[in-house]
Design a protein around this ligand. Structure first.
Ligand code: NDP
Length: 450
């Protein structure tokens, strides 16, 4: 009983809560320190509210599609404040579940912002708490680039989830996950939506075909794309903003949202008090065991800037608890992590893009399929579904699967199991399709692309 606790966790987000619960379950005396609401980015200002707004915004496309099936649907008169209130009530419910999960596991939740006070000490306000081990799971926050007039006027995804009113128009800056998802959300709600990004295509790092297919689909849904463009300055214009672009044009919009990446929340942690030096993106460097350079201190999730996805943080937190307090040392594999981008239509992806797959495996065989989903035949929607399988030619193993189209995230989750299990193309071919679905296309692609 040399220390107040066996474990102090900094941050009650997805990774921290999982680590705290599992460690307490293994018998550790655990405190969790959180300055904001338990639940963290995913539950309070990320995945969950984002997906609720995404569900809400998708009804406009559903209503448009319904006409082809004989429905006479009007989608006028959306009540934005009602949606935000309903979303907030759901977040309150989830927050209380997170509090209960910690309490039920026997972990103590302490409100306040934590700072390191040494390798085994953390300060919260004027208290200093000690622990044999400290786990930092402080997450990340939006990063706003230095552009004249931008920081004073721009909202980030935090505020975009909580606007009092639906804007008439919005410019979204960035071409990553968050920019594309929010562009789809606002566009679905009838907001005049502009997406400004510096690359030729959005979603750098994704398969090139996926990048061009999603650009085509987003444009087809009514989003105005400004590829190869940066914002040079932002100024006032009436009740909104005048956004000057590098191509010489100026867009006037009611809102401007920045989604140019997130930075690890390490600034306020006083890491140097424990002798931890951050990496060049502000991240806490860790090894495969999530251990920092200080033997008593570990870190998981976005604060380590490995793969910034909720299920990865949860897996890292769980592995930490099992390894340190459960007597079952294990690490988390960061390869072949499936992910989805909840655009409309969505993207699902597991494994590397084609270019990266060639660099890793050498000779790969590529199968693609692009088709009109059956539902579109009556709805009249002109939007292609795209699928791609990448096969290591020598072993016949499927090393990647990518999809742009309805339910892509749901479909790729299952394909991800097959890829992790090392399924071969012959295994895919031997699987009978479920008809009529889009997913069956993944087991009926027979002819390699030239
Ligand atoms: P991303 O890293 O995905 O995208 C950042 C975007 O901003 C890129 O298009 C990048 O361009 C651009 N950018 C960066 N710096 C600048 C700059 N100075 N000027 C102009 N453009 C710039 O970050 P997000 O904020 O979208 O998301 C953060 C992370 O959160 C994601 O990577 C993902 O891990 C996670 N996330 C996951 C979701 C999901 O699973 N569905 C949903 C939301 C977030 P370039 O490519 O040219 O560098």
């Amino acid at each position: 009983m040399k220390y107040d606790y066996d474990l102090i966790v900094i941050g009650a987000g997805s990774g921290g809560v999982r680590a705290a619960r599992m460690s307490a379950g293994h018998g550790a005396r655990v405190a969790v320190i959180e300055g904001d609401r338990p639940g963290g980015t995913c539950v309070i200002r990320g995945c969950v509210p984002k997906k609720l707004l995404m569900y809400g915004s998708a009804f406009s496309a559903d209503a448009a599609d319904a006409a082809g099936y004989g429905w006479q649907v009007s989608i006028d008169g959306h009540d934005w404040p009602q949606l935000i209130a309903a979303k907030n009530a759901e977040l309150d419910r989830l927050e209380s579940i997170y509090r209960w999960l910690l309490e039920n596991a026997g972990a103590e939740l302490i409100a306040g912002w934590a700072q390191l006070a040494g390798p085994n000490a953390v300060s919260v306000g004027d208290r200093v708490l000690t622990a044999e081990r400290i786990l930092i799971a402080a997450g990340g926050a939006p990063h706003i680039p230095e552009i004249l007039g931008l920081a004073e006027r721009a909202i980030t995804s935090n505020e975009a989830l909580d606007l009092d009113e639906r804007p008439a128009s919005i410019v979204i800056y960035g071409g990553g996950y968050i920019a594309l998802e929010f562009a789809s959300i606002f566009n679905g709600f009838g907001v005049d939506t502009h997406l400004v990004y510096r690359g030729d295509l959005p979603l750098r790092g994704f398969d090139e075909d996926v990048r061009s297919e999603i650009a085509t689909a987003l444009e087809g849904r009514g989003i105005t794309l400004h590829p190869g463009t940066v914002i040079e300055k932002v100024a006032d214009a009436g009740t909104g903003h005048a956004i000057s672009l590098s191509n010489g044009s100026v867009i006037e919009a009611e809102q401007i949202m920045v989604a140019t990446g997130r930075a690890p929340n390490t600034g306020g942690l006083q890491l140097d008090a424990a002798g931890i030096a951050v990496g060049k993106r502000g991240e806490i460097p860790v090894n495969a065991d999530s251990a920092t350079s200080v033997p008593s201190i570990f870190a998981v999730g976005d604060v380590t800037d490995r793969i910034n996805l909720t299920p990865v943080a949860i897996a890292e937190g769980h592995a930490f608890a099992d390894s340190i307090f459960g007597g079952r040392p294990r690490t988390v594999s960061h390869s072949n992590v499936p992910s989805a981008v909840f655009t409309q239509p969505p993207i699902g992806s597991v494994g590397p893009g084609e270019e990266e797959a060639r660099a890793i495996h050498g000779d790969v065989t590529v199968y693609t399929s692009k088709f009109n989903a059956m539902k579109n035949n009556l709805s009249g929607r002109s939007e292609k579904t795209f699928m791609k399988l990448i096969v290591d030619t020598a072993s016949d193993k499927v090393v990647a699967a990518h999809m742009v189209g309805p339910d892509a995230g749901e479909i790729i989750q299952g394909i991800g199991v097959a890829v992790i299990a090392g399924a071969t193309k012959a295994d895919f071919d031997a699987t009978i399709g479920i008809h009529p679905t889009a997913a069956e296309e993944f087991v009926t692609m027979r002819t390699p692309r030239d």
